[in-house]
Design a binder for this molecule. Structure first.
Ligand code: PLP
Length: 425
């Protein structure tokens, strides 16, 4: 492993012009007590930094690259699209093609619209839900992250979890007045809140498998309750599948759990590595959106042709028979072996399909309160030991790791050996 001399210099330069040297906080690697590596290129499972170190990547651009970095056909389709012009601000056929493909995977998204980020998708979905119901209250869960819109930065996960109260400065109290936060996996609290206030709730938004407090699956009882209480009280159930969409199954967590939400957001995978996300849902709900209805939402680059081309090719590859089954099988084998390695070491593994988090914790976390009790100092040591062995795991205790189709059994063997050595150190 080369010393990260060029990355260190690049970071100093970046600090002169970019706040914190990064364009998204977690990339600064503060939570793990080091400084960022600067990437030169990526291929398959590997990222190469500007000091010519090669790392096996488990962050995979935060879950985007289920096909591995720089999938040759996805990149080719995107390059071809660029050569035809990279944005028009006028409709293209590709938008309808990708929308149709997304709906095939997510039949609950009877109508959907493309935006440029997961943040935009959740923000817009909530506006639509409020416009449709004529109600104001939004229910979210502690430790779930739905992007950085003002009213969603309350007890949020992801990098917000490293801020003292998991909320952000710069958000006036009034902006979060209608955001109600409940504990994840607490069916009783959910039922009680809806019994008392259900008629005021516009929408309940949930990560159907939480990934931004580290991976925390819902109990069957809890996830079913989200559908039941919203239906009973005429509130819109929004599944935020920005991470889980196209990952936990072709049709995301909703397919896996057999639960049909009223609205869904997808992101990351859907744009094949380009800025793209979508929100959608029941046709009657989506009808309130401009130009048909009174709820405004728009975007200069929305439905961008390069992102559409990459998305279409990505989803085409994901729709190959057996893709998710094979990925799941490989991930399960990896996790079964990992369980044995961590046994009796105050480390717990949560995994669902190809997403997993190792929690340095004395118990298996079920909610944000639990995950926040994890030993972040131990986690940081683990991260750095893994980095020395050429493995880039997601750089925070409050994030997931992602297995792609390029993580071959041989690579995973090496990773398991490295995890064992790292935690024994
Ligand atoms: N929703 C979830 C579940 C996410 O994990 C994220 C980002 O990680 C977002 C929304 C926001 O997406 P973006 O970062 O593209 O704005």
């Amino acid at each position: 492993m080369n010393e990260r001399i060029k990355s260190a210099a690049a970071f100093q330069q970046a600090l002169q012009v970019i706040p914190g040297g990064v364009n998204s906080p977690v990339r600064a690697l503060k939570a793990v007590g080091t400084t960022p590596l600067f990437v030169k290129e990526a291929q398959g499972t590997y990222i190469t930094d500007i000091d010519d170190n090669r790392f096996i990547d488990f962050c995979m651009s935060w879950g985007v690259f289920i096909l591995g970095h720089n999938n040759p056909t996805v990149s080719q389709k995107a390059a071809e699209a660029v050569m035809r012009g990279s944005s028009y601000g006028i409709p293209t056929l590709a938008e309808t093609t990708l929308a149709t493909k997304v709906r095939e995977a997510f039949p609950s998204m009877e109508r959907l619209r493309f935006v440029n980020s997961g943040t935009e998708a959740t923000m817009s979905a909530i506006r639509v839900a409020r416009g449709f119901t004529g109600r104001d209250v939004l229910v979210k869960f502690e430790g779930c992250y739905h992007g950085h819109a003002d009213h969603l930065l309350v007890s949020a996960g992801s990098a917000v979890a490293n801020i003292s109260n998991a909320s952000s400065a710069g958000v006036p109290d009034g902006f979060t007045k209608y955001t109600v936060v409940l504990p994840y996996n607490d069916t009783e609290a959910l039922e009680q809140y809806f019994a008392e206030n259900g008629d005021k709730v516009a929408a309940l938004i949930i990560e159907p498998v939480a990934c931004n407090m580290g991976v925390v699956p819902p109990t069957r009882e809890f996830i079913e309750a989200t559908r039941r209480v919203t239906e009973q009280h005429g509130a819109i159930l929004i599944f935020d599948e920005v991470i889980t969409g196209f990952r936990l199954a072709f049709g995301g967590a909703q397919q896996r759990f057999g639960i049909k939400p009223d609205m869904t957001t997808v992101g990351k995978i859907v744009g094949g590595g380009f800025p793209c996300a979508a929100f959608g849902g029941r046709a009657d709900i989506m009808k309130v959106l401009a130009p048909d209805g009174p709820v405004y939402q728009a975007g200069t680059l929305s439905g961008n042709p390069v992102a559409m081309a990459a998305g279409i090719e990505t989803i085409t590859q994901l729709s190959a028979p057996g893709f998710h089954e094979e990925l799941e099988k490989r991930s399960n084998e990896f996790c079964t072996r990992l369980e044995k390695i961590i046994e009796g070491k105050d480390i717990y593994l949560n995994h669902v399909g190809s997403m997993f988090t190792l929690f340095f914790n004395t118990k298996n976390p079920q909610n944000f309160k639990d995950t926040k009790q994890s030993d972040q100092v131990r986690f940081a040591r683990y991260f750095n030991r893994m980095l020395e062995r050429g493995i880039y795991v997601s750089p925070s205790q409050f994030e997931g790791n992602f297995i792609s189709q390029c993580h071959t059994p041989e690579i995973l063997d090496y990773v398991l050996k490295s995890i064992e050595e790292s935690i024994n150190e």
